[in-house]
Design a protein around this ligand. Structure first.
Ligand code: ASP
Ligand code: MG
Length: 434
């Protein structure tokens, strides 16, 4: 069985945790191990990028000082011979300072961001080698190559990565998140993109399983940050997982699902801090028999378009959608009446332009600070009472939009963000008796 294992920031966040990762990859027989940067690193590097833009070298030195402490602590307690690791760390800091000193918007930020994954994977591979394992460190930007739209070239990935990872009994260690872009510069797949890296690598080498290791025991039925009692879900379908990941479950990057679903590669979510815990298996097959989970996504903007011209007309929605398409903005929810359409978006970077263009179609109303609540599971349209269970749970909470019937696996609602936590709590009681 060929496995690709990906470990998130907390899983590699200290020397102690890296030791846990080493024993997990040995137990599992991982073929390719994909690592994030040590926890907190990418956030620090984003800050350095912002300071570089402002030409604030004192601020940069300050953050590098904090990173130096974190990484040298890890290197010194993990490695018997730490000097190479320390030198590599100083090289990385040198590169970061260089990118900042010769600041080029975009390019510098991307170069700086990549250093977290590069350094973390170097340290971890060094530890494995010191412990006598047959470990090979691979440079992800050599085979993760994106085109001008930021899409990874799967043909190149497949041919290069399969050639690089042929040998049994070798632990191939590499970086998530980073790649080489169409201008031949170092780039990344966006925040949280390491999960997606692992899925693409799994697809490229025809893996049987991609495991995503974090610090929680699998996907839960509700958001443990806001709700006291939540339970892990043992098994779910790709479609359910995709909706939960897209609509707010933080454990998995939403792009991870597609490559695995296409090839029937199992995705297993596991807990580095408790490797014995079962976790969640995402695989093809029957969806749950009932509601299985709820998730919430914030920063949702609603756009309402009122237009008498819509009345009995055709082609109106096409004009609306075209405006969003031209502005590269995807729509999450939509509801229509005979004289109005409401849509939601989560990326409002082109909102002003979109609003202006929509004004040629009707009167526009915009509301921010909304949250989408997504209830996932088997939603049987022949069965009475399913919606009643959701709405009874939410009867004290004003609901602003509803999407029901689009699929057999979800009911999606829009509420004010200030009511989100209460809504999640109510659904926990009403749907899951928790
Ligand atoms: N280190 C990157 C981030 O924090 C990528 C990842 O962890 O998936 O966004
Ligand atoms: Mg993540």
């Amino acid at each position: 069985m060929i496995k690709v294992l990906k470990f998130g920031g907390t899983s590699v966040g200290s020397a102690e945790n890296m030791k846990k990762v080493a024993s997990i990859i040995k137990n599992e027989g991982s073929r390719i191990t994909v690592l994030s940067a040590m926890s907190g690193t990418t956030d620090s590097l984003v800050k350095i990028g912002n300071l570089a833009k402002d030409n604030n070298s004192a601020g940069i030195d300050n953050i590098i000082g904090q990173l130096r402490e974190k990484y040298s602590n890890c290197i010194n307690s993990l490695l018997k011979l730490p000097s190479e690791g320390i030198a590599k760390m100083e090289d990385a800091f040198g590169l970061i300072k260089n990118f900042a000193a010769n600041y080029e918007e975009g390019k510098s930020e991307r170069g700086i961001l990549a250093q977290g994954e590069l350094l973390t994977s170097y340290i971890f591979a060094g530890y494995l080698k010191e412990s006598g394992e047959n470990a090979v460190l691979l440079n992800a930007p050599d085979f993760m190559i994106t085109d001008k739209d930021g899409k990874v070239n799967k043909d190149i990935l497949k041919s290069r990565l399969s050639a690089l990872t042929k040998n049994d009994g070798v632990f191939y260690i590499t970086q998530g998140f980073i790649c080489t872009n169409a201008n031949d510069e170092i780039d990344n797949l966006g925040r949280g993109g390491s999960d997606y890296s692992a899925a693409l690598m799994g697809e490229a080498i025809c893996a049987d399983e991609v495991q995503i290791w974090t610090d929680i025991d699998g996907m839960h039925n509700n958001d443990p940050r806001y709700v006291d009692r939540t339970i892990p879900i043992r098994q779910m379908s790709f479609d359910e997982a995709a909706e939960l990941a897209y609509f707010g479950a933080k454990i998995l990057h939403p792009a991870t699902i597609q490559p695995c679903k296409d090839h029937g590669i199992h995705v297993r979510l596991k807990n580095t801090m408790d490797p014995e815990a079962e976790g969640t298996l995402i695989a093809n097959g029957e969806a749950s028999s009932d509601f299985c989970a709820v998730a919430a996504k914030d920063n949702i903007t609603v756009i309402r378009i009122y237009s008498a011209r819509m009345l009995m007309a055709y082609g109106f929605l096409r004009k609306v959608f075209e405006i969003f398409e031209n502005n590269k903005t995807s729509i999450d929810m939509i509801t229509t009446s005979e004289v109005a359409v409401s849509l939601t978006i989560d990326d409002d970077s082109n909102l002003d332009k979109i609003k202006k263009e929509l004004e040629s179609l009707g009167t526009i109303e915009i509301e921010k600070k909304n949250s989408i609540i997504c209830v996932v599971g088997r939603v049987d349209h022949e069965q009475a009472g399913m919606t009643a269970r959701v709405f009874n749970s939410l009867y004290t909470i004003p609901v602003k939009m509803i999407s029901y019937g689009a699929s057999h696996r979800s009911i999606v609602l829009l509420i004010d963000t200030e009511n989100k936590i209460q809504a999640l709590k109510n659904l926990n009681v009403g749907l899951f008796n928790l």
